[in-house]
Design a protein around this ligand. Structure first.
Ligand code: HEC
Length: 230
């Protein structure tokens, strides 16, 4: 019935295009049904975690770390449940990475602690003898950019309907009103740390980058959603 098509390169090409375009639509359309995307119980990043994600990008952790566990036994044995696409629903951009000089970090929040990260970021070899990861001492004195992280939360809330509360609103006033919440979250982390400069800074209302970064690292894994309800 379709012999004539095989002998006609032009219409054959059109036919191939239509078939592929249809298959592509079938693949992509479900993603537009927004409600079906995030895994059950997934919460957006807090403002502090967003600031930490900025540090992660700025200090180029992605050069050595992936955040994507593949469905292979060797990986699930080591890191846990393989990554689900719905876990990245609030990641803009996602930080999958493509290089693993160090281990994958997608579930690091499940098995490392604030205390461990503090020692590790200050001097990796102090907790992992022979580690080739660089130290990140500057993060203990650099102050995290909370204003930009807040602006990011406002943007993704308005542009992509990321489910933030009513307290995330545009404007300087709203930011000033929100700031104490970010500081309270930072204080909880600083309380588990021993570095005096960090503790003093947080007590004075400034949040060192390392505190934001640890908040972010602690959120990686199943700590941002209810794994049992999926
Ligand atoms: C030059 C490559 C390199 C860069 C850049 C790098 N790391 Fe690492 N990282 C490693 C290596 C290698 C290890 C394994 C040894 C160790 O634990 O120190 C590691 C381990 C880790 C671990 C422990 C993971 C586990 O499961 O035990 C964490 C957490 C981590 N890195 C976070 C970071 C963060 C955050 C940054 C960015 C600020 C960063 N790394 C940048 C190479 C790197």
């Amino acid at each position: 019935m379709f012999h004539w098509l095989e002998k006609n390169p032009f219409f054959f090409a059109v036919g191939v295009f239509l078939v592929i375009a249809f298959a592509g639509l079938v693949e992509i359309l479900p993603n537009f049904a927004e409600a079906s995307r995030p895994v059950a119980g997934l919460r957006p990043y807090t403002v502090l975690e967003l600031a930490g994600k900025e540090v992660y990008k700025k200090d180029n952790c992605i050069a050595c770390h992936s955040q994507l566990i593949r469905p292979f036994k060797a990986e699930t044995d080591r890191y846990g449940q393989y990554s689900l696409s719905g876990e990245y629903a609030y990641d803009r951009p996602f930080l999958w990475g493509s290089k693993r000089t160090g281990p994958d970090l997608h579930r690091v929040g499940n098995y490392r602690t604030t205390e461990w990260h503090e020692n590790h970021m200050w001097d990796p070899t102090s907790v992992v003898p022979g580690s080739i990861m660089p130290a990140y001492k500057h993060q203990f004195t650099n102050i995290a950019d909370i204003a930009t992280a807040y602006a990011e939360a406002v943007t993704v809330k308005n542009a992509f309907h990321t489910p933030y509360g009513d307290d995330i609103q545009p404007g300087k006033k709203a930011f000033e009103a929100y700031k104490p919440k970010v500081l309270a979250e930072a204080k909880k982390i600083a309380a588990q740390m021993k570095n005096k400069d960090v503790k003093d800074a947080v007590a004075a209302g400034k949040i060192p980058e390392v505190v934001a970064l640890i908040a972010y690292l602690n959120s990686l894994g199943t700590s941002r959603y209810d794994a049992k309800s999926k």
